[in-house]
Write a protein of this length. Structure first.
Length: 286
């Protein structure tokens, strides 16, 4: 599959005129010409352009970035970087089968937690900046499928603490929530995953049924402080008396608002568990 220069420019952020100038000055990239004499780019060429764009963002001059990419083919990169480049390359041309194949190869060669923390989650965080909507949907769906399968395959202790995981209403990015559930399950927690776009009424029903000790909410969607206050206030009331811990970039911007409604904030699984232990210790002392 090949792509036209207009598509390459849109996906990489490199203007068509710039790509043509690089071709004249540096001999990079080297597109083919189709029957209509339009420039078309192969998957490997698309990936090399993306690598150059990334190096420029990191501060390299154009000539240095192009030289580095030309001197280090994808096959000579460290294994994890090769997998990342192959994944992005497949997604760029909307080859879902190849992208999923790459994720499968990575899973077979890595332990579960490094696979999640050093490959899947960084890919998920980067795609909003790298991809258009169609490609982001394709890529995020593949990664969420992997995370969900890992979560369902894990065992938890039958007497472990219970946690309910959800994204608040109108928040649909559940990748981080799935990774959190996986980590907690591997620590022995019993996980009830409600997932994306969960209204307060659903949180209340779930808490009434399973009586969790902790409710973790992932807020990725950006909201104004007042909107977030209303959403979290409803969630805290719906989940009482369980501790509510919130994470994600949508909450990080409004910590004062978050604390004002009685919720806590955590960046990592370890911080979340520590907050639960503190709350449990305080309750036992009381």
């Amino acid at each position: 599959m090949t792509l036209r220069i207009r598509t390459i420019a849109r996906l990489t952020g490199i203007r068509e005129a710039t790509l043509r100038a690089w071709e004249r000055r540096y001999g990079f990239p080297r597109p083919h010409r189709n029957e209509s004499n339009y420039r078309v780019y192969t998957r490997d060429e698309v990936e090399n352009i993306r690598r150059v764009a990334k190096l420029i963002e990191e501060g390299l001059a154009v000539s240095e970035a192009i030289a580095q990419v030309q001197s280090t083919p994808v096959g000579e990169l460290p294994v994890r970087e090769q997998l990342e480049e192959r994944f992005w390359s497949a997604v760029m041309v909307l080859d879902g089968d190849e992208a999923d194949r790459v994720l499968g190869e990575a899973q077979a060669s890595m332990e579960v937690e490094p696979y999640v923390d050093t490959l899947l989650m960084p890919l998920l965080r980067e795609m909003g900046q790298r991809l258009d909507i169609a490609r982001e949907h394709l890529a995020s769906a593949l990664i969420r499928q992997r995370l969900r399968a890992l979560l369902l395959a894990g065992d938890s202790r039958p007497d472990g603490p219970r946690v309910v995981l959800a994204c608040p209403e109108r928040d649909t990015h559940e990748g981080g929530l799935l990774a959190l559930g996986l980590h907690l399950k591997r620590k022995g927690w019993r996980v009830t995953l409600l997932g994306a776009d969960t209204p307060a009424e659903a949180l209340h029903a779930a808490c009434q049924q399973v009586r969790p000790e902790l409710v973790a909410l992932s807020c990725v969607r950006k909201r104004e402080a007042e909107e977030l206050r209303q959403v979290l206030q409803a969630a805290v009331e719906a989940c009482a008396p369980a501790l509510v811990v919130v994470g994600g970039p949508g909450a990080r911007e409004h910590l004062k608002t978050l604390f004002s409604v009685g919720a806590q904030y955590a960046e990592t699984t370890e911080e979340l568990v520590a907050l639960w232990q503190q709350a449990r210790g305080a309750l036992n002392r009381t």
